[in-house]
Design a protein. Structure first.
Length: 320
């Protein structure tokens, strides 16, 4: 990868959360992942070490903050501090899965706005830019005083459904909050839009109250930004009660996939496939025959290259 017009070399570094994604990005950019070491000490502290010179370089540090969230977040903060103290020219935090993104407001009194806390920490530790993918609430961008590039996997995931077999499908939003995201899928695929209304009864439990739009005679393609406990998988009863046909597909950006979600995939024969991305690693215990993974590495590599070269990226961002 050639240097940018200003002469600052590009370097990709990775934390321990998802080195495979960083390696794929680096390979597309024609470079190698920088050398660094993370140690987890006996008392559970984390120690990080950059093992090569980064003075005057443009650093892109790749680290989705998935399980264990707090360890991966702390590792990220320590690396940001290490790059800053090593006199890197610029430090961009590439966090495909942003931690605490669902804690973005005070739903009740005396709650922390945890997403804002994380934003403050990342900025304070020296990040000059943040890149993430399909964050839960796009308004989280306003928590930062530094540039934020809010990317989306919608183009990648929607392209999967550009096939004749999905011509009679409908895009389904699992709640009102995802209706905008579902609308972008529906527009790209020229498919009808259906919105489910739900009432959350706890952190991991929801109840569907009614469905807006005509699902009768359509195969459901249910979209969401992430899947953790699988509550969205349980909502398809309401769709089939109202005339949905065929086996359901799910298009999910971030495969958090707790054991309960995998259990539902196992037992519900109405679910054909979960199409997701590699913003998070998918260890063997989370792999399943119904899961198909698409790579966001080409998108991230393109954005990193554009930022490094000083080329506009506005057409790649979620701006509407």
């Amino acid at each position: 990868m050639s240097d940018n017009p200003h002469g600052y070399p590009l370097q990709i570094f990775s934390g321990s959360a998802h080195p495979a994604l960083a390696s794929e990005i680096a390979a597309i950019l024609g470079t190698a992942v920088g050398k660094s070491t993370t140690l987890r000490l006996a008392d559970s502290e984390i120690h990080v070490l950059i093992e090569e010179v980064v003075r005057g370089h443009d650093i892109f540090f790749v680290q989705p903050c998935s399980v264990p969230v707090n360890d991966n977040l702390m590792e990220t903060l320590l690396y940001l501090d290490a790059f800053r103290r090593a006199s890197a020219h610029s430090i961009s935090a590439v966090i495909p899965y942003f931690p605490y993104a669902r804690q973005d407001r005070m739903a009740r009194g005396r709650e922390a706005i945890s997403a804002r806390v994380v934003a403050n920490l990342i900025e304070t530790m020296g990040a000059a830019r943040v890149i993430y993918v399909d964050i839960h609430n796009r308004a989280t961008q306003g928590f930062f005083n530094i540039p934020v590039d809010p990317l989306s996997a919608i183009p990648l995931l929607s392209e999967y459904f550009h096939k004749p077999e999905f011509a009679n499908s409908a895009i389904v939003s699992p709640d009102v909050g995802r209706a905008g995201m579902a609308g972008r899928y529906a527009e790209r695929l020229n498919l009808p839009l259906v919105v489910m209304h739900k009432r959350r009864t706890g952190f991991s439990s929801v109840e569907t109250t009614h469905v807006v739009g005509d699902i009768t005679g359509h195969r459901p393609i249910v979209i969401d930004d992430l899947m953790a406990g699988g509550s969205v998988l349980k909502q398809i009863d309401a769709l089939y009660d109202r005339g949905a046909v065929g086996k359901a597909y799910f298009a999910i950006t971030h495969p958090v996939l707790l054991p309960s979600a995998l259990e539902i995939l196992d037992r519900d024969e109405r679910i054909e496939k979960l199409v997701t991305t590699n913003t998070l690693p998918l260890p063997p215990e989370k792999q399943h025959p119904k899961i198909e993974v698409l790579s966001v590495a080409p998108t991230l590599a393109d954005i990193i290259s554009r930022i490094h070269r000083g080329v506009s990226i506005s057409e790649k961002l979620i701006l509407s």
